[in-house]
Design a protein around this ligand. Structure first.
Ligand SMILES: [Zn+2]
Length: 91
């Protein structure tokens, strides 16, 4: 494992989302956040790489949930994060 790339930008259904590192997230329980009014994902830069990747996946799910107006509950987002983070793609 390793070599994870954190992209600068992500496009979801034509919506461009900027990925930024923010060392002063004030959220009490999260290591990242999605700002739907600004189309920005912020990630705590102090996290280890694998945790950064999990936070990125979490915030991407948050963005999809918002853009497609799915209405996922936060515990469902956490479960999708767990499933997608544990996914291995190989051939
Ligand atoms: Zn969340």
């Amino acid at each position: 494992m390793g070599g994870y790339v954190i992209p600068d930008n992500i496009v979801i259904n034509g919506v461009k989302i900027q990925v930024l590192f923010n060392g002063s997230l004030d959220s009490h329980d999260e290591y990242g956040r999605y700002l739907p009014d600004k189309f920005i994902i912020e990630i705590d830069p102090m996290l280890p790489d694998e945790k950064k990747r999990m936070v990125l996946i979490h915030e991407i799910i948050e963005a999809i949930n918002n853009i497609y107006d799915i209405g996922l509950k936060h515990h469902q987002i956490n479960l999708l994060e767990a499933g997608l983070s544990s996914m291995e793609l190989f051939r």
